[in-house]
Design a protein around this ligand. Structure first.
Ligand SMILES: [Zn+2]
Length: 398
């Protein structure tokens, strides 16, 4: 016989007493598996994470680290220095209510949303996962952004309607006549969770009593997934907390931009186009500056310039002018836009020397990339301005 699931009939209770049936090693260091005759701990099952809480056995309190179910037997994992043998003793259990209630709110929220999607589109949630932070649902059909928004609004109407959420084990003949959603073939007695007019689904998890307790349902992510749509939702306190954080962030950004949150998008859009204009102007100025610097370079053999200009045509034009004035290799290093190490693209040209030797040298010293022809090479290199300057100064390619 399996463990009696107290959470089935008493999802709002947090404390219970049970008889310890067995305590055996879990195989992990100091790990023990505790089996009781009954429990309030919901195990990891049907895509939902297990309850958290503690067990008191023989006067000692143990944190319950995991709860699993196999063949109807629920196992609580605890950690202890030594094996106790209190079998037959009474254990006192306490589940962490905030965690349980959050799971109940989010799970009922999923039923509401999936029930609405199933009724309107015929899609099933084929990959449900309820973690401690987020709920993901994988629908076997595509939902557009407009549909997602419409289902979200409808789900929140169902929540506000305060409909009863009924969990029951119907008799076989009654069950045979029922139409209900089911993720897989359920063995043994089938528990059906019904929200009248919204959803009917086979489910083993604890739920809230009425839809109003879900509080709020928000879709916070959507992506194409295996030919369908994967959605992430938050319900209850999780949704409220998410709203609070996002509101605080929007207010902060609004303050930075001296606007209210409704105008943030337009303000950022304007700033982006201003930035693009500045970038364009700056690139033009960099190109002009580069040409001036190239003219002013003293007549050494091997010469190099550093620039922010990254217009390939400008770089090639200037380096071609430089090689007319200098007998060795002429190089321009153009700073790349990157957050990390100093990185440059380079272009080198010469009338008399083999530029490939320069490229090889950069590869050898800095593991640079690139190559080309004898008269011109291009590539990229990660190194500081100073070391690159020294490298060109001491080039001596004959
Ligand atoms: Zn369910």
């Amino acid at each position: 016989m399996g463990t009696k699931k107290l959470y089935d009939d008493h999802p709002y209770e947090t404390e219970f007493e049970a008889k310890v049936l067995t305590i055996t090693s879990s195989g992990e260091e100091k790990g023990w598996n505790v089996v009781l005759d009954q429990t309030l701990f919901f195990p990891e099952e049907g895509g939902q994470t297990p309850d958290r809480g503690s067990l008191v056995i023989g006067g000692i309190t143990y944190e319950v680290e995991d709860v699993s179910i196999q063949d109807g037997i629920i196992t609580h994992q605890i950690r202890s220095e030594q094996a106790k043998e209190p079998e037959g003793e009474t254990a006192k259990g306490r589940i962490l209510w905030s965690h349980r209630y959050s799971n109940m709110q989010n799970h009922t929220g999923e039923h509401i949303f999936s029930g609405l999607v199933h009724a309107a589109k015929g899609y099933d949630n084929v990959g449900f996962h309820l973690s401690d932070h987020i709920v993901t649902m994988d629908y076997n059909g595509v939902l557009t952004e407009e549909e997602i928004q419409a289902f979200t609004a409808k789900a929140n109407e169902v929540i506000a309607a305060n409909l009863p959420v009924i969990c029951a084990y119907p008799a076989d003949e009654e069950l045979a006549k029922m139409e209900y959603r089911s993720k897989k073939e359920v063995e043994g007695a089938v528990r059906i969770v019904t929200i009248s007019g919204v959803d009917c689904c086979a489910c083993c998890a604890p739920h809230v009593r009425t839809t109003a307790e879900v509080g709020l349902l928000m879709v916070v992510g959507s992506q194409n997934y295996k030919g369908g749509t994967r959605l992430s939702i938050l319900c209850g306190q999780r949704a409220v907390e998410d709203y609070r954080k996002k509101h605080a962030m929007l207010s902060l950004v609004g303050r930075q931009l001296s606007t209210n949150w409704e105008n943030i998008f337009q303000t950022v859009d304007k700033l982006k186009s201003e930035r693009d204009n500045f970038k364009y102007r700056s690139a033009q100025l960099s190109a002009k500056l580069l040409e001036i610097e190239a003219k002013e370079l003293s007549g050494e053999r091997d010469v190099c310039l550093f620039t922010d200009c990254n217009d390939r045509n400008v770089l090639q034009r200037v380096v071609n002018k430089m090689k007319e004035e200098h007998s060795g290799i002429s190089v321009i290093f153009s700073r790349k836009e990157s957050d990390g190490a100093e990185e440059y693209t380079y272009v080198a040209s010469s009338l008399t020397k083999d530029c490939r030797l320069f490229s090889e040298k950069l590869k050898k010293i800095f593991q640079a990339k690139g190559g080309g022809k004898s008269e011109m090479v291009q590539g990229s290199v990660v190194a500081s301005k100073e070391t690159l300057e020294n490298c060109v100064k001491n080039l001596n390619i004959l």
